[in-house]
Design a protein around this ligand. Structure first.
Ligand code: NCD
Ligand code: ZN
Length: 345
């Protein structure tokens, strides 16, 4: 039995850090385990250009300076992106890619794109410059059943974008369906996907366990068991197209437990311990290292970290709440026991 794991410091390839007090608290949770993270740009005023990305990056660094942590910035896809701006993005060592949200599809995405075709000119330049495109892969069409929005997005948009721009590197974020795992496996090595802990742990029953559970609500929404199993199989398969992205997305408790509760699950505090628990429960602990420290770095053409993270098998309990200002966050697996701890080397 493996009781101890020493791995290169992992990368969280999909992370929300927010601003203000929230940023101060949650950035340190991520920095204590991860060496790098791709920082999502969906702030209330989104990060739409390189200047804003650099300012945000410096702010994150200010709060995480006591750790070995490198924020990798993503720019919010918008119609103002022209060749000049894209060249600056390519040249910046702080910016890793561009994140596309279909308009209105999730938290702070109302400045996203209305029609996919409007993006084609920009995709063409990104392909030419080899800038990765990170996609929230759901259609924003409210006439489409919410459980089908990822599948329809792949059929209607992603397949076509990949066909038109075959050399464009695309990351389909936080995949939640069997359809997504199949699409990623079957297409070229220019397509990869991130996987969150919640999509590995739960099916959609979790949302309705004895009553409605707002802290299990995220987008893409949890799906049927067969989809959870497909996503889990992909994560532990050793296929390099699937890698870690927590999509840790903190919201204050009052904003989740409301008549229109926000989508997003907070996992950053115990993220690596929870992934270890999941991989271990599925007899795949030896597959965790590449999933968390190699495959994502390879796809983004980054060197693997030389720093290490140690995980040991020992009892651990996820806190029930995390204090933020005069409110709190309820984390993923709040109050539950897990069998892994991060530890000093
Ligand atoms: C994210 C957030 O809160 O910013 N929410 C979520 O449910 N995952 C946005 C996103 O990644 O969709
Ligand atoms: Zn996200």
């Amino acid at each position: 039995m493996i009781n101890e794991l020493i791995i290169p410091r992992p990368d969280d390839m999909h992370l929300h850090l927010r601003e203000g007090e929230m940023l101060k608290v949650v950035s340190q949770h991520s920095a204590s385990q991860f060496g790098r993270a791709i920082i999502m740009p969906n702030l209330k005023n989104p990060i739409i250009n390189i200047e804003l990305a650099h300012i945000y990056c410096d702010e994150i660094k200010k709060y995480t300076k006591s750790y070995q942590f490198e924020p990798l910035m993503a720019i919010y896809f918008n119609e103002g992106l022209n060749l000049e701006e894209l060249k600056k993005i390519k040249a910046s060592s702080k910016v890793i890619g561009i994140k596309l949200y279909p308009k209105g599809v999730t938290t702070n995405s109302n400045k996203g794109i209305e029609s996919f075709e409007l993006g084609y000119k920009i995709f063409e330049m990104m392909e030419e410059l080899d800038i990765p495109l990170l996609i929230h892969g759901e259609v924003n069409d409210i006439s489409v059943d919410i459980f089908d929005r990822e599948k329809i997005f792949i059929e209607k948009h992603l397949t076509r974008v990949h066909k038109e721009f075959p050399k464009l590197r695309i990351v389909l974020e936080h995949i939640s369906t069997k359809d997504a795992t199949e699409f990623v496996k079957e297409t070229s090595n220019k397509i990869a996907a991130t996987i969150t802990p919640q999509h590995l742990l739960y099916n959609r029953n979790e949302l309705f366990l004895g009553g409605f559970r707002p802290h299990a609500f995220c987008l893409p929404v949890l799906k049927r068991e067969e989809h959870r199993v497909a996503v889990l199989d992909a994560a532990i398969s050793g296929n390099s197209k699937f890698f870690l992205g927590t999509d840790s997305a903190p919201h204050k408790r009052s904003e989740k437990e409301s008549s229109c509760g926000c989508a997003g699950i907070y996992s950053a505090l115990n993220a690596m311990e929870i992934y270890a628990e999941i991989f271990d429960r599925n007899d795949a602990i030896e597959k965790l290292m590449d999933f968390s420290s190699k495959f994502g770095a390879d796809f983004y053409k980054l060197n693997q970290s030389k720093e290490k993270l140690k995980l040991i098998r020992s009892r651990n309990k996820v806190p029930t709440t995390i204090k933020i200002d005069d409110d709190e966050i309820i984390p993923l697996m709040a109050g539950q026991e897990i069998g892994w701890n991060c530890s000093e080397i």
